[in-house]
Design a protein around this ligand. Structure first.
Ligand SMILES: [Zn+2]
Length: 248
């Protein structure tokens, strides 16, 4: 049996002056799956690597799952895909829903990535030149490496995937971005560790709503995506900090 670990790479929101934006790294038996890809991703890995005294080179991460197309969750993907192409001569193994796939190239990545100049002429590239894509279905279990994944759509501005990740009889749950949603909490409650977002506004979950949950759920919960104004030290539900490792 391997060890299932979840590493907090970023715990802040898109406005943060002090934190990386929300992202996780799932690890089991040497297999790494990045969940979302914040800006300046190699710097994010380097900072967390120093804090946890474990090497986290981008070369060791080939598989990326993108929960939704908001910049704080995917702005780093352009740089990661360029790095994989130019430095590693590889494509990114990209996992996401059909809803994200429908827009991620044409509406997010195409303008900066479609045309490359080789010193002589401009060449046109497509999504498949950078990404080895596998569609991730909603609601039905599927596998990424050793991980058995189940996605559920959240209540958010754009199609966003929450997930249960099962391996070796252990289950991890992540809300990604969502308004408070008791049905989603029920879905996530199959997990022994639940990482849940909190932030301001109608498309995010108020901390006060999470406090209404039964203690046995709150005990398994860790918060992410909290605003700078939120004080993790006074939170009744523990907050993740960058470099934290959850062992399932
Ligand atoms: Zn979002």
């Amino acid at each position: 049996m391997g060890r299932f670990e979840v590493i907090a790479l970023g715990v802040g929101d898109t406005f943060s002056e002090v934190r990386n934006t929300a992202s996780l790294l799932l690890e089991y038996d040497g297999f790494r799956l990045a969940v979302d890809c914040p800006d300046r991703y190699r710097g994010v890995l380097q900072g967390v690597s120093r804090r946890m005294e474990r090497a986290l080179p981008l070369e060791s991460i080939d598989e990326f799952f993108i929960t939704h197309v908001h910049g704080d969750h995917m702005n780093g993907l352009e740089g990661v895909a360029f790095y994989k192409r130019f430095a590693e001569n590889k494509r990114v193994r990209l996992h996401t829903t059909a809803d994200v796939r429908d827009v991620i190239w044409d509406q997010r990545l195409r303008a900066p990535m479609e045309t490359l100049w080789d010193g002589i002429e401009h060449k046109t590239l497509g999504f498949n030149n950078y990404f080895d894509f596998a569609v991730s279905p909603w609601d039905d279990e599927f596998d990424i490496g050793p991980f058995h994944m189940t996605l559920r759509r959240t209540k958010h501005h754009v199609p966003t995937a929450a997930m249960l990740v099962r391996v070796d009889g252990q289950t991890f749950g992540y809300s990604s971005d969502t308004a408070f949603d008791p049905d989603l909490i029920r879905f996530l409650s199959k997990a022994s560790v639940i990482v849940h977002e909190t932030n301001l506004g109608p498309a995010h979950t108020a901390y006060s709503d999470l406090l209404t949950l039964p203690p046995e759920i709150r005990q398994r919960m860790r918060l992410i995506h909290y605003p700078d104004l939120f004080d993790p030290n006074t939170s009744e539900i523990p907050c993740l900090t960058e470099g934290d490792v959850l062992t399932l």
